[in-house]
Design a protein around this ligand. Structure first.
Ligand code: 13P
Length: 248
């Protein structure tokens, strides 16, 4: 049985004071949560989050990393730097990175490999735009995004990774994919991996992301191939995030 993983993606939000209150709220309410829980935070707050969460049941990580190990890459952050702050996870290929910072499938595949080389667990985001969904090419797009990573790192690399299906049209819009729509793409992802390695596919944790809230989490997380959530807006509110975690 796959364990559920509910991860918060804070995106570019927070302050030392806000984080303190949020993390205290999460720790106070975690008692009856069965799912694995993580928060992916902005780089400058990794030290704070490490100090606050070390020894707790909540793991932490970052939202991006450089594909390079070190050197003249002004403004970038390497995988080993994230390991210095005991990160477990790092998000790669979030649709905001792909769209706003022109990250190609090839760059995302390099970041995925760099994360794993350093012992981090990448959370690989895949997902189609509204135009792509309406054009009937959802599976082609998601398949291409997945294949780029498999071509670079091999299917067995997915044994130490998480995939997050995040339809771009559902992110921050309040417009959630229906459980049926999400399940169909999750099943497609698992089948594609299964065609290469049945064991990896059976164990692969595939999260759904896109306007997941306490009101829709239980139904989404109840689908056979939905193994958790990657939560944006609702992860900034301890009560809402914990309610989603409890639904897992
Ligand atoms: P929202 O939950 O705000 O829609 O964001 C989802 C997301 O992008 C998580 O990575």
């Amino acid at each position: 049985m796959r364990r559920k993983l509910v991860a918060g993606n804070w995106k570019m939000n927070g302050s030392l004071a806000e984080n303190e209150a949020l993390l205290a709220g999460l720790q106070a309410g975690l008692g009856d949560v069965k799912a694995d829980v993580a928060v992916c935070v902005p780089f400058p707050y990794l030290a704070q989050v490490q100090a606050r969460l070390a020894g707790s049941a909540i793991a932490w990580g970052a939202q991006n990393l450089s594909p390079h190990a070190r050197g003249a890459y002004t403004g970038e952050v390497s995988a080993s730097m994230l390991r210095d702050f005991a990160c477990t996870y790092v998000i790669v290929g979030h649709s905001e990175r792909r769209a706003l910072y022109a990250e190609s499938d090839a760059v995302v595949a390099e970041k995925f490999a760099a994360a794993q080389d350093a012992g981090l667990t990448p959370i690989l985001c895949v997902g189609e735009t509204l135009e792509e969904r309406e054009g009937g090419v959802t599976e082609r797009v998601v398949g291409r995004q997945l294949d780029a990573v498999i071509a670079r790192s091999g299917v067995e690399a997915l044994a130490k990774a998480v995939v997050a299906y995040e339809p771009v049209w559902a992110i921050g819009t309040g417009k959630t994919a229906t459980p049926g729509q999400a399940q169909a793409v999750h099943a497609f992802i698992r089948a594609r991996v299964r065609s290469l390695d049945a064991d990896v596919a059976a164990k692969l944790v595939i999260q759904y992301g896109g306007s997941m809230k306490p009101g829709n989490a239980a139904e989404l997380l109840g689908q056979p191939d939905i193994d958790g959530g990657l939560i944006g807006g609702a992860s900034l509110d301890a009560g809402e995030f914990l309610a989603i975690c409890r639904a897992g």
